[in-house]
Design a protein. Structure first.
Length: 119
């Protein structure tokens, strides 16, 4: 068995939101997953997914850059929207902590609106 691919797991996590793949999310997050952000806090993976599911797939992370080493990482990304979603594109950061091979905790830091003329 090879070494855990943490970067791959993080990228699969973000891709699963874009693809609305609840099975992948459930396999990547521990059952007592802790999520903390300015828009809410959850301590249960399935309760969180139930509550947020209507909005999943309307926006997602793009230009993902990962820093750190197991078990903790910091991820920088831009919030990208599906066509027709009226929401400013934001720069974001998340602190991700693993427990074994699954994500146990994510803390979200909301950045600023990306300038419309950014390259």
């Amino acid at each position: 068995m090879g070494a855990m691919d943490y970067h791959g797991a993080i990228r699969r996590y973000y891709q699963a939101f874009r693809d609305r793949d609840r099975g992948i999310l459930r396999s990547i997050l521990v059952p007592n997953f802790h999520f903390l952000s300015s828009f809410g806090e959850y301590r249960d993976r399935d309760a969180m997914l139930d509550e947020i599911w209507p909005a999943v797939g309307k926006s997602w992370a793009s230009n993902v850059v990962i820093f750190g080493q197991a078990p903790e990482f910091v991820v920088l990304y831009e919030h990208e929207n599906a066509p027709g979603v009226e929401r400013p594109t934001m720069r974001m950061a998340e602190r991700i902590r693993f427990d074994g091979d699954r994500i146990a905790e994510i803390e979200v830091f909301v950045g600023r609106t990306r300038p419309s003329d950014a390259m």
